[in-house]
Design a protein around this ligand. Structure first.
Ligand SMILES: Nc1nc2c(c(=O)[nH]1)N[C@H]1C(S)=C(S)[C@@H](COP(=O)(O)OP(=O)(O)OC[C@H]3O[C@@H](n4cnc5c(=O)[nH]c(N)nc54)[C@H](O)[C@@H]3O)O[C@H]1N2
Ligand SMILES: Nc1nc2c(c(=O)[nH]1)N[C@H]1C(S)=C(S)[C@@H](COP(=O)(O)OP(=O)(O)OC[C@H]3O[C@@H](n4cnc5c(=O)[nH]c(N)nc54)[C@H](O)[C@@H]3O)O[C@H]1N2
Ligand code: SF4
Ligand SMILES: [Mo]
Length: 693
């Protein structure tokens, strides 16, 4: 069979590369050499042929008239986006010359790579790029923007970031979606939950606003932002008090349950109600449901961990299934992320031994705003790929100021002139996933998948893999690590005997069908193999204690915001919480520049509670200025009652367009309690009516 790229017509296997738990298997249809359709591959055991609208319209992005197809050099002021075409040779030579002089003057640490998972492929997000920057000796980036606080928190309880298999959840009788907008962000879990519902399951959604998932639930519980740990502790209080716990299970599989039983006495329903805004009778009803219905499943979302206390929120909720012995039942337990099962051999992929500067500092990506302006010694070169920090990172005002620095040499590798690329000295054209070879896992289901190129590389675009390989050659790096092909990287990544789940997952097997299921039998019995200090589920954690954190799950009020328990605002000027989760039709900031997706999403909005709107004389459609000390943004109001008073919502990371609508102007670079995670949703603001656009 000739390579897919040489076949003008046909239907080809592919994988969605986006940062989404579902990792859907795709069918890409080509006619006369062009992609004419992207649909789901019906044979995939989990994603079964359904995909979201975003990716159904992916071809609009691939063939977008504004796609960058040649290297570009800045000719206007930074931020203006004025560029002229140059050759690849010029681009590589310019990077080489600039890097060499920066290294000579300031050392390699003055160079910072900035990347995330615009493309989740191991080859293009975790491979040749890392080898290049290791060998160069640059500063390292701590990739903390997404899920780290919750993953660390979950691991304190369970030892790993792994939960039950999605397939099992059709057997669950109670499904609690906690701080996750599954209808938009994990649609195949919704399909499975619907099957469970047909078998009698009830679906409860706990969120700070009634999003699409809240509307789909049997019972929606609105809560004050950052107070979920208190709700979980209140449930534990009642489970113990009403003898709805499974003592035999806790005795065998948990550590510290008796200490927890005493500790949760501090969380009676009336106190928890004051903290969370959830009525006492609802707390009692929820605890009773959780204590009486089995098997029960909690899908822990990312929303409740983008807070000052995000790690503790997840650590606390992760304790609940153990109290009622859910982990022993099929369809019982929880999932925060299942990424751990598909761990590959990162050291073979990234080759840390190539590091020429082992002392190089590590910079938390959430603090790029501060790093660009305040760090000493300074950053003099920024290399951005797979990410759009001018839109997605906290404190946009400051990020923009940093990117404006004349002495900062910025290179952006992307498919578009993003907000970040507008500040670049050089913009380099990136291939789309359908032009690449790569390996994908899912952080929800258990299938590894292979991507092979379907269309030729468009224009002069190159993959991340190719780009960093060329740069390594230009710098004269002659280690064999820089000779590897994409397929070599995939084989090295999968050659990892210390992860028994990878048994049977080989390049050859992947080529046969496009996907291979992880060897899930390797983990059984799950509860006997937990790598916590005690080897058990840790309701009490010595390791947290050693790090100066409360060893038992505990409610810790937000740093910024107000202490709902005492009703005291930490800063009277900013009495409202501003929560800015992703929207339905974009993937973070990806697609925000594609007409089809803009049309489907309509416009950015500020959802404001009727009570808060009335206090400020705001009615539907009014422009509202939302501000704090860090900056402001302007959004049209949608007055509603989908959240508790005091919480404002704006979904989606918009860019381009007329309005000053970048929500991250308001968010802080303060980091969460665990893992240096982001605190996007612990943001306080004031809001007022405005005429300004
Ligand atoms: N359509 C679409 N899908 C996506 C993405 C996208 O941008 N668009 N992004 C992808 C990425 S990178 C990620 S990380 C995931 C994220 O997807 P999810 O895991 O669903 O997390 P979020 O959407 O960030 O937040 C989920 C919900 O948490 C709520 N929330 C905020 N604070 C709190 C709180 O204190 N308590 C509670 N209970 N709820 C709270 C938010 O209002 C939001 O409705 O989605 C992925 N999938
Ligand atoms: N206020 C607020 N801010 C948030 C969030 C939130 O909920 N609220 N969510 C946060 C979360 S969870 C995340 S994960 C981050 C995500 O932030 P990012 O990782 O920056 O994700 P995207 O906005 O999707 O930008 C990815 C970029 O990579 C480019 N790209 C895609 N494929 C490739 C490729 O193969 N090569 C190269 N070189 N480029 C490619 C895309 O065109 C796009 O411009 O945002 C965070 N920011
Ligand atoms: S974004 Fe998510 S739901 Fe949509 S196709 Fe990709 S993996 Fe599937
Ligand atoms: Mo994310």
């Amino acid at each position: 069979m000739p390579p897919y790229t040489d076949q003008e017509n046909g239907v080809f296997h592919s994988v969605c590369p986006l940062d989404c738990p579902d990792a859907c298997a795709l069918h890409v249809t080509k006619k006369d050499g062009k992609i004419v359709k992207v649909s789901g591959n019906p044979d995939h055991p989990i994603t079964k042929g359904t995909i979201c609208h975003k990716v159904r319209h992916m071809a609009d992005r691939i063939y977008h008239p504004e796609r960058v197809l040649h290297p570009l050099k800045r000719v206007g002021p930074k931020g203006k986006g004025e560029f002229q075409r140059i050759s690849w040779e010029q681009a590589i030579t310019e990077i080489e010359n600039r890097y060499r002089s920066i290294i000579q003057e300031h050392g390699p640490e003055a160079i910072l790579p900035y990347s995330y998972y615009g493309n989740m492929g191991f080859v293009n997000a975790d491979g040749m790029d890392r080898r290049f920057f290791h060998r160069l000796g640059s500063s390292q980036l701590d990739q903390t923007i997404c899920s780290i606080a919750g993953n660390v928190g979950y691991s304190y309880t369970m030892g790993v970031t792994g939960g039950i298999s999605p397939e099992e959840t059709v057997k669950s009788k109670l499904i609690i979606v906690w701080g996750g907008n599954l209808v938009s962000t994990n649609m195949h879990q919704v399909v499975l939950a619907e099957q469970a519902r047909k078998n009698g399951a009830k679906i409860v959604v706990i969120d700070v606003h009634r999003n699409q998932t809240g509307k789909w639930a049997d019972w929606f519980i609105p809560i004050h932002p950052g107070t979920d740990a208190a709700l979980a502790l209140g449930m534990m209080h009642l489970l113990f008090a009403e003898h709805l716990v499974d003592e035999a299970f806790m005795e065998q599989y948990t550590f510290g349950w008796k200490e927890l039983r005493e500790h949760v006495k501090e969380y009676p329903p009336e106190r928890v109600s004051r903290i969370t805004g959830v009525p006492e009778e609802d707390i009692i009803k929820l605890a009773k449901m959780y204590g009486e219905i089995s098997p029960s499943f909690i899908r822990i979302g990312n929303g409740l961990q983008h807070h000052d206390n995000g790690g503790m929120n997840v650590r606390t909720i992760a304790c609940l299934p153990a109290l009622t012995g859910q982990w022993a039942l099929e369809g019982g337990g929880a999932v925060k992320s299942n990424g751990w099962y598909g761990q590959v051999n990162f050291s073979a992929l990234q080759r840390p031994e190539l590091r020429s500067n082992k002392q190089a500092r590590t910079i938390n990506m959430n603090q790029i705003a501060d790093a660009l302006l305040d760090l000493n010694p300074s950053i003099h070169a920024l290399f951005v790929y797979n990410s759009n920090p001018a839109v997605v990172a906290p404190n946009t005002t400051k990020v923009q100021q940093g990117l404006m620095r004349e002495d900062l040499f910025t290179v952006v590798h992307d498919l578009f002139i993003t907000d970040t690329a507008k500040y670049a000295d050089l913009v380099l054209p990136a291939t789309s996933t359908f032009e690449n070879t790569d390996l994908y896992k899912s952080y929800w289901h258990h299938y590894m998948q292979l991507q092979e190129p379907i269309i030729p590389q468009q224009g002069e675009s190159v993959s991340n893999f190719q780009l960093f390989k060329s740069l390594a050659k230009a710098f004269g790096f002659d280690e064999e690590a820089f000779d590897d092909t994409e397929e070599d990287l995939i084989e090295q990544a999968l050659d990892f005997p210390s992860n028994p789940y990878l048994q049977g997952v080989t390049l050859r097997a992947l080529k046969e069908k496009g996907w291979v299921k992880l060897h899930m039998e390797a983990g059984k019995p799950f509860l006997k193999k937990l790598p916590t200090t005690s080897g058990k589920i840790e309701l009490y954690s010595e390791s947290m204690k050693k790090k100066g954190m409360p060893p038992l799950p505990t409610y810790v009020p937000l740093e910024e915001g107000f202490d709902t328990e005492s009703d005291v605002r930490k800063d009277e000027r900013y009495p409202l919480m501003f929560v800015t989760p992703p929207n339905h039709q974009f993937l973070n900031s990806t697609f925000a520049n594609v007409k089809k997706h803009q049309y489907l999403e309509k416009q950015p909005l500020l959802q404001i509670h009727r009570v808060d709107a009335a206090k400020r004389g705001i009615i539907d459609g009014d422009l509202v200025r939302i501000f704090n000390d860090r900056g402001y943004c302007v959004l049209p109001a949608k007055v509603c009652e989908d959240m508790l008073p005091g919480t404002l919502i704006s979904q989606g990371l918009w860019w381009g367009g007329e309005l000053q609508n970048r929500v991250n102007h308001l968010t802080s670079t303060r980091v969460a309690d665990m893992g240096g995670g982001a605190t996007f949703f612990s943001t306080t603001v004031q809001a007022e009516k405005t005429e300004e656009t």
